[in-house]
Design a protein around this ligand. Sequence first.
Ligand code: PAF
Length: 282
Amino acid sequence: MQIIRDIETLREAVVALKQGGKSVALVPTMGALHDGHLSLVRMGREAADHVVASIFVNPTQFGPNEDFAAYPRDEARDAALLRGEGTAILWAPDVATVYPEGHSSHIEVAELGADYCGAARPGHFDGVATIVAKLFNQVQPDVAVFGEKDWQQLAIIRRMARDLDFPVEILGAPIARDHDGLALSSRNAYLSAEERKAAAAFPAALQQAAAAIAGGADVGKALADAEAAILAGGFDSIDYIALADAESLERLQQYRPPARLLAAARIGKTRLIDNHAVNASY
Ligand code: PAF
């Protein structure tokens, strides 16, 4: 696996990978890799001949009071994991390479970015859309893989790729979960032992609400029950819990497929997000 930090070397290496008509999958990450990320790499390997993974803790998607400085970073460990999964290139630029002095362009996917995490984290999705567009231009992949755990992010990236005619197929990888159902996330590392135990209440409540809604229960009541169960389970607050159209993310008062339950909740100092299909196919 080549570890590359400048764009010129990256371009040459990708051209070499693509020789003979071979395809390339991009797996963008911010490092602190866990099994969820590795499942994205595996999906990339199935979808394309080679995988390029990126590690870049993107400052423009963190708010002023968020955890950019504290975000876990261990490139040597991450590189070993990526190597073990057969990754061809690790693209690991520094901030000055990605955002040179005077960088002043950004992308906003207006319609999908305002609600849910976008409301709680102003500017976050502009930062995500901008870095992902830049990664697409830098790596020029045929396929890019993102986790379904960040459902709103995935919907925004799909819309951006469509709107801006990026010649990239976007794949969503199913949420990887721990033994008790908690979605794997780099931020789970912030949980104390007690919080980690309590955190299982979050996916359990979403699963129950999704089953109730699919079974015909009143949406408002199912969401209120889920909220009560999450708080009773030890969470301090709920940022949002909503039934949404799975593609447009429009809030739904009544169930109609394709729909997805989306939620974010805070336990101690940690904000967790999760989502759940309301029927088998979405
Ligand atoms: O999901 C993430 O880890 C990040 O938002 C991404 C897509 C790598 C962009 O920085």
